[in-house]
Design a protein around this ligand. Sequence first.
Ligand SMILES: [Zn+2]
Length: 105
Amino acid sequence: MKSCITCGMPFEGNHANDIGLELPEGQVCKFDSVDGKLKSGEEIFEGGVNFFAQAATDGNRDLAIRLTRKNMQVLPYWKLHPFAGLEGPAATDEEFGAAMAKVLF
Ligand SMILES: [Zn+2]
C-alpha cells in the first residue's frame, strides 16, 4: 500500500488521488505540499495537529500534538529530516490506537 511519506496517510479510498508531490524518497500528499514544494516540518506538524484535534480528540490540542509526534516520529522521512517540533512528549500506543480507531480516512 502506498502512503504519504511525510504524514503516513494512505493513498486509497477517498485519498487515492491526493498525491501532491513526488520526491526521490516517495510520494507526498497534497496536504503536505504547496505549489509543487514540500511544506516545512513545522507546517506539516501543525496540519497534523489540526487534523487529529478535529478527527480524533474533540479539540484536545495537547493530545493532538502528542498524537502528531507519535505519528511522525515513526516515519522514515522524518528520521532523515528531523525538526525541533518532533522532540517532546508523544502519545502512548494506547492513546494512538484509540485515536486512529476514530479517524476515518
Ligand atoms: Zn501527507
